[in-house]
Design a protein around this ligand. Structure first.
Ligand SMILES: Cc1cc2nc3c(=O)[nH]c(=O)nc-3n(C[C@H](O)[C@H](O)[C@H](O)COP(=O)(O)OP(=O)(O)OC[C@H]3O[C@@H](n4cnc5c(N)ncnc54)[C@H](O)[C@@H]3O)c2cc1C
Length: 255
């Protein structure tokens, strides 16, 4: 029998599978989409995340991040990371590196979608596969979290995220968080000629409309759009328990 079945081949699912494989367990990942998957993300990995990836044997190429700077009009407040640098890394590069490491360790990634879960004292079955344990890493909207009755009603205001890349040499090695009443824009260097701008806000508007709240930033980026806008939300989820029986929630699925 498979030791650990992982539903969802995002960063959380692949990291769980890699960790299981390095502990000598057989891990299988079920993922409906071809890897690597791109998605809305600010693409900034904090120093502790970089260390966690290194411990998994995953070292994606990216841009060194020295700290965080908050920007509101002419005001600036910044701090350098104390635990070494972070990393700005394209989501697809991170995902490809995780997938490569998982494959290297013998993790099987199968195309499929976890649906109904059946479990007893010894095993759990979903997507036609039976394992001793199931890690539900099926993302923000986690169908497994819902089907297991672990979803909590939302009490906090809804927030949405949109991300777009711009073809421009990064002007800083800090993540810049541009601040306004409307929301925040996170600017992350992710390549020699590429920055990502993720906007988080309570308002549902286009990325372009959001940028009007940050006029200086909008002027710098005008005409340099590279690639499509990706979005996600509502962002904040809470759960009533970390798992149920032989199923453990992980990553965004776990709130
Ligand atoms: C705008 C924005 C900016 C962000 N910025 C940052 C940042 O700068 N730094 C940072 O660390 N985090 C950031 N985050 C958060 C980060 O992107 C998520 O926390 C992370 O992607 C969660 O990974 P995950 O593996 O849990 O989920 P996901 O990456 O969503 O992966 C879930 C996977 O499950 C699969 N799946 C779905 N349903 C099923 C099913 N039924 N069966 C099997 N598989 C299924 C999906 O196809 C998907 O591949 C940001 C998020 C947003 C929205």
């Amino acid at each position: 029998m498979i030791d650990i079945l992982v539903a969802g081949g995002g960063p959380a699912g692949l990291a769980a599978a890699i960790r299981a494989a390095t502990a000598g367990l057989e891990a299988v990942v079920v993922e409906p989409r071809p890897l690597p998957v791109d998605k809305a993300c600010g693409e900034g990995i904090m120093p502790s995340g970089v260390a966690a990836l290194r411990a998994l044997g995953v070292t994606p190429a990216g841009s060194t991040l020295r700290g965080i700077r908050y920007v509101e009009g002419p005001r600036r407040a910044e701090a350098v990371f104390r635990g070494g640098p972070g990393l700005g890394v394209r989501r697809t590069a991170l995902h490809a590196a995780l997938h490569r490491r998982a494959t290297e360790l013998g993790v099987r990634v199968v195309t499929g979608r976890a649906g109904e879960v059946r479990q007893d004292d010894d095993s759990v079955t979903t997507a036609g596969l039976t394992a001793r344990w199931l890690v539900a890493a099926d993302g923000l909207h986690s169908p497994l979290r819902r089907s297991l009755g672990l979803e909590r009603p939302r009490t906090s205001p809804r927030r949405y995220g949109l991300r777009r890349h711009y073809r421009i040499a990064p002007w800083t090695d800090f993540v810049e968080v541009h601040w306004s009443r409307e929301g925040e824009a996170y600017v992350t260097p992710v390549g020699e000629e590429l920055v990502g701008v993720a906007v988080l806000s309570r308002h549902r508007r286009s990325h372009e409309q959001h940028l009007t709240a940050f006029p200086a930033l909008a002027r710098t980026l005008r005409g340099l759009e590279a690639g499509p806008v990706r979005g996600a939300g509502p962002l904040r989820r809470t759960v009533s328990a970390p798992g149920a029986g032989r199923v453990l929630l992980a990553g965004d699925a776990a709130g």
